[in-house]
Design a protein around this ligand. Structure first.
Ligand SMILES: Cc1cc2nc3c(=O)[nH]c(=O)nc-3n(C[C@H](O)[C@H](O)[C@H](O)COP(=O)(O)OP(=O)(O)OC[C@H]3O[C@@H](n4cnc5c(N)ncnc54)[C@H](O)[C@@H]3O)c2cc1C
Ligand code: SF4
Length: 477
């Protein structure tokens, strides 16, 4: 069936009355992720056909044993279901909330493929792990004896924390360095609280602290401490710094007041939810309340920005994306959620410039998809003479992130990087070309997902443990 909203916003002249987005719905957002009660979990889990060809498991980056914990949940054996879920995943309740399941496990469920709607795997994973926390089944981090080796982890995001967890359980001395005042990386300051509640992340951070992981927060490596000091202090170092350079937008007027970066906007919103003093939010600069907000970009970060703006009480929220709906990088589920909340999408549109300072509008070029480029993707082309102005009091640039130039920033001679600037490391052991130096998560693979960072962190920890064991064996000979 044709998407009437899309047709309305793409095809009608911009001065028609229909151009305004539908009024924004701010009522009860709890309903979107709703309460997932015991009966519902058992019912969903019971829908798993135990098909014997678990594509769900193959397409989960952690290869979680999904059929087994679904069966245990269906049988009411929730504690055992949790034990199986946590055996392959360091943060199952987090993945259950924020994995794009439609592209991973659930998208490959054979029941979904057969047209009967997927088993809601992520919700069951979240449910059993939340229950485990409530019931006290989540065991503290302990080990069978302390080891002499120490590891320095730079970056307290999911990659760094997953490695820290595994190393501490093996008795290794672990120090995590992070420039933020709280651990969690993008789980804490990027992903909005309506998708991932902050107390869920903090519970894991406290578990690691209680398990003996040392956190050195407010510690910017390269400024407050040098990389070389960290390298000298530890037997091995894991670089898990993520990617933080916002992709630039070149257009006249881009420096105007009211044109802000996505991560600044989301971080301010997340800080407010912690109760922090955030002057740029309190002054209105990073607060969308009452404003006509335009978000530029078509990825998941853009979706988080539009949905945050709705929750802050924006007067209207419009998303500009230069390709069409079918070609946008963000999750279709997130787009559907945003549309449901009243966000207007203008597909095939790109900013040509900005009007006013502070900004009062975006000059928008209409686009069409031209010939495919070398990657096979159709290249967006400007339709000349079809420009219009989209009114805006606040514009959020959400065009994606690139890695910082770590070798230069930290003065690490010889650390090899790829042509995209990510740290070059083996994809199984995560070892870089420098002895004892490992990399994981977004800084190795480019902007990716929490679940991939967790997998990388676990693999890097395993590789380090294997190295330590080998060294010990040689020393004992
Ligand atoms: C807005 C947004 C929404 C997202 N939503 C989702 C989602 O819904 N689901 C999903 O799976 N993924 C999502 N992602 C992607 C996901 O958050 C990342 O892939 C994941 O967090 C990467 O983990 P990481 O450990 O590699 O890095 P990060 O989480 O980025 O953590 C890196 C840490 O390193 C620290 N650091 C960096 N440089 C230094 C330095 N020089 N000194 C000290 N510390 C440093 C940073 O402060 C940070 O805490 C989202 C990303 C963004 C930006
Ligand atoms: S970790 Fe993510 S992909 Fe794997 S089962 Fe859980 S929700 Fe699905």
């Amino acid at each position: 069936m044709a998407d009437t909203r899309m047709l309305r916003f793409v095809d009608l002249p911009r001065d028609m009355p229909e151009k305004r987005p539908p009024s924004l719905r701010r009522a009860d957002f709890g309903e979107i992720y709703g309460e997932f009660a015991r009966d519902k979990a058992a019912e969903q889990a019971g829908r798993c056909s135990q098909c014997g060809v678990p594509y769900c498991q193959t397409h989960c980056p952690l290869h979680n044993n999904i059929p087994d914990w679904l069966r245990l949940t269906a049988e009411g054996r929730l504690r055992e279901a949790y034990e199986v879920a946590q055996s392959t995943n360091t943060f199952p309740e987090i993945c259950g909330r924020i994995c794009p399941q439609d592209r991973l496990c659930e998208g490959n469920c054979v029941i979904e493929q057969a047209g009967h709607g997927t088993v809601t795997i992520g919700s069951v994973e979240k449910y059993v792990t939340d229950m485990a926390w409530d019931e006290g089944w989540v065991a503290p981090i302990t080990n069978g004896g302390e080891r002499p080796e120490s590891v320095g982890i730079i970056g307290a995001g999911p990659g760094g924390l997953a490695a820290a967890d595994m190393l501490r359980r093996a008795g290794v001395q672990v120090t995590v360095y992070d420039r933020h005042d709280r651990a969690g990386g993008l789980m804490t300051y990027g992903i909005p609280g309506f998708k991932l509640e902050k107390d869920v992340v903090m519970k894991r951070v406290h578990q690691l602290e209680d398990g003996g992981v040392t956190f050195r927060l407010n510690c910017d490596v390269g400024t407050d401490i040098s990389y070389h000091e960290i390298r000298a202090a530890h037997d091995a170092v894991l670089i898990a710094t993520g990617v933080y350079t916002s992709r630039a937008l070149q257009a006249p007027g881009v420096g105007a007041g009211g044109v802000v970066r996505a991560l600044d906007y989301l971080t301010a919103s997340n800080r407010k939810s912690f109760g922090d003093d955030v002057p740029a939010f309190d002054s209105g600069e990073l607060d969308a309340a009452g404003k006509r907000v335009v978000v530029i970009g078509g990825g998941d970060t853009a979706m988080d920005c539009v949905r945050t703006a709705v929750r802050q009480g924006a007067a209207s929220v419009t998303c500009l994306y230069r390709r069409d709906r079918a070609n946008m990088p963000g999750s279709q589920r997130e787009v559907a959620n945003a549309e449901e909340e009243g966000v207007a999408f203008v597909w095939l549109s790109a900013p040509r410039g900005f009007v006013g300072d502070p900004v009062s509008g975006v000059m928008v070029s209409r686009m069409r998809l031209g010939q495919p480029d070398a990657t096979g993707r159709q290249v967006p082309e400007i339709i000349e003479g079809a420009d219009y102005i989209e009114d805006a009091d606040m514009v959020v640039k959400a065009l994606g992130f690139e890695p910082e130039d770590l070798p230069q920033l930290w003065g690490v001679e010889g650390l090899e990087v790829t042509r995209w600037g990510t740290v070059l490391a083996d994809f199984r052991t995560h070892q870089t070309n420098l002895p004892g130096v490992y990399a994981c998560g977004d800084i190795q693979r480019g902007a990716s997902l929490v679940v991939w960072a967790i997998r990388d962190g676990r693999e890097a920890a395993q590789a380090m443990l294997a190295q330590f064991a080998a060294r010990q064996a040689i020393a004992a000979e």
